[in-house]
Design a protein around this ligand. Sequence first.
Ligand code: LLP
Length: 409
Amino acid sequence: MSFIRYKNNNLFVENVSVKRLASKFNTPFYLYSESCIIENYRSFLNNFKKSNPLICFSVKANSNIQILKILRKMGSGADVVSGGELLKALKSGIKPSKIVFSGVGKTEEEIKLAIKKNILLINVESENEAILINKVAGQLKKKSNIGIRLNPDINAPTHKKISTGKAEDKFGLSKTNLISFCINTKKLKNLKLNAISVHIGSQILSENPFKKTLKVLEEIINKTKINFKFVDLGGGFGITYKKNDKKINLKNYSNLVEKFKKRYNCNIIFEPGRAIVGSSAILVTKVQYLKKGSNKTFAILNAGMNDFMRTALYDAVHNIIPISKNNKKNKGPIEFVGPICETTCKFIKYNKYQNLNQSDYVAIADVGAYGASLSSNYNTKPLIAEIIINKSKARVIRKKQNIKSLLNQ
Ligand code: LLP
């Protein structure tokens, strides 16, 4: 069910007209559907129901505390990659026993915090990190629960800048290094090796690389004969941004995960980010100016790459849809661009589009994941507001940043 759709040619998020909101609040702003987040969470869990996994929502995809609270109420844990994300997850009420901490460069301070808070797992990415965790745990007179991240050397078909599971990528340990790590950590007396973890990339639309990864994990578990209490299978499940994107079918993989769980008698963890929040939001923005180019019209929006980075960073395709549909056609191609002084501050070009006027509102689609969380103050622009809809109610979950807070830094 789509919670963001047209009714009589006007765009609605749940029961709220986007046009009405756009005239009430200053554009640009992120606009979420709470029901969509809940539905995505349920459907993800449902896919893997038989393995009864712990879902640790990947906070980097969206770190708004109100969204974390919604997910916490659904039973979600958190996958965090910094002390800040850890503190935010805890503040949202997510229990430490449902938090995993990944990342290749955790600082001593972050490690200390994670150990003090007794989180479920610190997913270790190198031997030297393990040595530091062992030292810090000793100073705190504690044992630290760790997972070890595998780099399975699997090429997942996705954008090269968001692939993480190949040998050349900085993440995790290779098969051979991981096996010797398992032997060496026995000497590190303040560590408890509770898990093996893996994450091969993001926006993956085929289940094959996930299946291959499972095979590598089996190989390692068979070789090391370690009875890992948890197997953390990461995130990476793609969503359909483009018309031609094929929806990922996880049926087969889900059956394999179930068998795997039974065979190795372990608890399964997943760390989805995009699959939970990606489709739940639009970015509502205004056509500030129309400008004639030599062979196209530029629609200059009041939202830019500072507000939404994915296109500039990864050439990601995000459709831009009108808030009100009309039946007239625009003359010639139209390119939606932003105001930032960079050539890459542009979103998408259409050869055909409906008639567009200055001050019309449009919406950038599917921006719930890595949208607000990747935004910045570039060009000394304040962070924009975030609003969430629940049925007929709109709630501001982040106020537009006050420009004054930027002036003294
Ligand atoms: N677990 C780990 C260890 C990760 O590094 C990531 C994402 C996830 C889970 C969640 O992945 P997801 O389910 O959302 O695909 N900014 C990029 C995506 C970067 C992903 C980084 N790691 C983008 O906008 O496409």
